[in-house]
Write a protein that binds this ligand. Structure first.
Ligand SMILES: Cc1cc2nc3c(=O)[nH]c(=O)nc-3n(C[C@H](O)[C@H](O)[C@H](O)COP(=O)(O)O)c2cc1C
Length: 191
């Protein structure tokens, strides 16, 4: 029988994101963040293409992006509450890791699989931050799909946001949310 890593399994069985609005400063400094980033990039990657890159956003960069979201939201006539949601994602974040999906030109690995790997990076970053004792969550929101915002963030042609992973000091653990019912989600196929 296999020897389980019970602590890791228990973590995976109980892990849950911390809502962005419950994350407070300080976020992790560089020394604390590097093992989280290292774990975050330790993901399945078909063809070893590394079809992603990370941007660690903090301080004035977050304020600049919040202002950009405010300007773009107003300019495009978004409902104020929608604009505010895009702004607060950055103005209230202690630290944000933008996970950028970077499609590598190859006919060996479909773009879909490369994007799946970028998604894995987002979850791994959240889990590594939680395991390191921080609060963390994976967001997107309208800024992740706004061409002018993405240009302002420095994304190039073909690059997409897989997620904005916010990391900070946990202030409150959220109540558990309903989790999938295995019997409704899993099919046991033995023939
Ligand atoms: C691709 C993706 C994008 C998401 N974007 C948002 C978002 O913009 N706003 C939000 O409140 N939650 C968003 N979520 C959900 C959060 O990550 C949320 O915290 C999560 O569903 C809670 O899950 P957990 O407790 O199982 O980690 C997103 C999730 C994924 C996978």
């Amino acid at each position: 029988m296999p020897a389980p890593n019970q602590a890791a399994l228990d973590f995976l069985l109980t892990r849950r994101s911390r809502p962005a609005k419950t994350l407070a400063a300080p976020g992790p400094d560089r020394t604390a963040l590097e093992p989280i980033l290292t774990a975050g990039l330790r993901v399945p990657d078909h063809g070893k293409l590394e079809p992603w890159r990370l941007m660690v956003l903090e301080g004035a960069a977050l304020a600049r992006l919040a202002q950009l979201a405010a300007d773009l939201g107003e300019a495009s006539g978004k409902p104020p509450e929608q604009t505010a949601k895009g702004v607060s994602q950055f103005s209230e974040s202690p630290l944000c890791v933008a996970v950028v999906a970077v499609p590598r030109p190859t006919d060996k690995v479909p773009a879909w699989e490369q994007e799946l790997s970028a998604g894995c990076v987002c979850l791994s970053l959240v889990n590594a931050a939680l395991a390191a004792g921080w609060g963390a969550c994976w967001l997107t929101g309208w800024p992740a799909y706004d061409a002018a915002f993405l240009t302002g963030l420095g994304l190039g042609p073909g690059e997409r946001i897989a997620g904005f992973v916010h990391i900070g000091t946990e202030t409150v653990a959220p109540p558990e949310r309903p989790r999938p019912d295995l019997s409704a989600t899993v099919a046991w196929v033995s023939e």
